[in-house]
Design a protein around this ligand. Structure first.
Ligand code: PEP
Length: 256
């Protein structure tokens, strides 16, 4: 039994109506079978959570949201709370995606409040971190990633950390077709595990899953997933098509 089960999560972003989402989820469920050897999470938009939840009901595929507000309820137009997501059987939530950091000006402090609100509500955060191209070229990759990891995890306890999932997503690789090389990705994943070891001890750090995200496709997945600190993928574009998503699941099974 490996220490960390691989995980493939699909971030559908602002794609798929409820009916389209249910169809895609049903195709995925039919193809992966009853007992997939890796964890699978589908993250449709809020409006398709219910229909996708119904399509995966009773299957070994989990439901994730793409964002969440840290407050329980209140005057926050357009937002959803952890409690609301749990009521739709959501188990995972993507937090701090680079598109939210860039377009919605989300800070590490705000993302940290979401992480701290998700955990007591039995929502597993998928905390996204990653440097821009300018930051990589300026030699700031490690400093940026360290700040995002430490900032996002402030106040997360040693008991909670093993339910957190980190996604390393270099911004320059997201939706661009430019994938990080396995060596580039592994270097940052190992660095992140080192931060976790300093914060929570080596044994706990070994149990935390760190996903790679950024133009992961069936053609490049095997090499990335073979790296010792890459525990799965957060998939954007390739998650919108059942065949490519299932191929990625199969690549993770083979790498497990
Ligand atoms: C993402 O947005 O999380 C992502 C990894 O996108 P893509 O796979 O399309 O690069």
């Amino acid at each position: 039994m490996p220490l960390r089960k691989k995980l493939i999560a699909g971030n559908w972003k602002m794609h798929k109506t409820p009916a389209e989402g249910a169809r895609l989820a049903a195709e995925i469920v039919a193809a992966v079978g009853k007992e997939p050897a890796v964890d699978i999470v589908l993250c449709p938009p809020y409006t398709a959570l219910e229909s996708v939840g119904r399509a995966i009901d009773g299957q070994e595929v989990r439901l994730g949201a793409q964002n969440m507000h840290p407050e329980k309820n209140g005057a926050f137009t357009g937002e959803c709370s952890a409690e609301m997501l749990r009521a739709l059987y959501v188990t995972h939530v993507i937090l701090g995606h680079s598109e939210r950091r860039a377009y919605f000006v989300e800070t590490d402090d705000f993302i940290n409040r979401k992480v701290l609100a998700a955990l007591p509500n039995q929502l597993k955060p998928i905390l996204c971190v990653g440097e821009t191209l300018a930051e990589r070229e300026a030699g700031q990759t490690f400093a940026v990633v360290q700040q995002q990891v430490e900032g996002g995890l402030k106040g997360v306890t040693a008991e909670q950390i093993t339910t957190v999932i980190i996604a390393y997503e270099p911004v320059w690789a997201i939706g661009t077709g430019k994938v990080a090389t396995p060596a580039q990705a592994q270097e940052v994943h190992a660095f992140i595990r080192g931060i976790l070891a300093k914060l929570y001890g080596a044994a706990r750090a070994q149990k935390v899953r760190i996903l790679y995200g950024g133009s992961m496709k069936p053609a490049n997945a095997a090499e990335l997933l073979a790296q010792p600190d890459i525990d799965g993928g957060l998939i954007g574009g390739a998650a919108l098509d059942a065949r490519s998503f299932v191929d990625l699941v199969n690549a993770a099974v083979a790498a497990q």
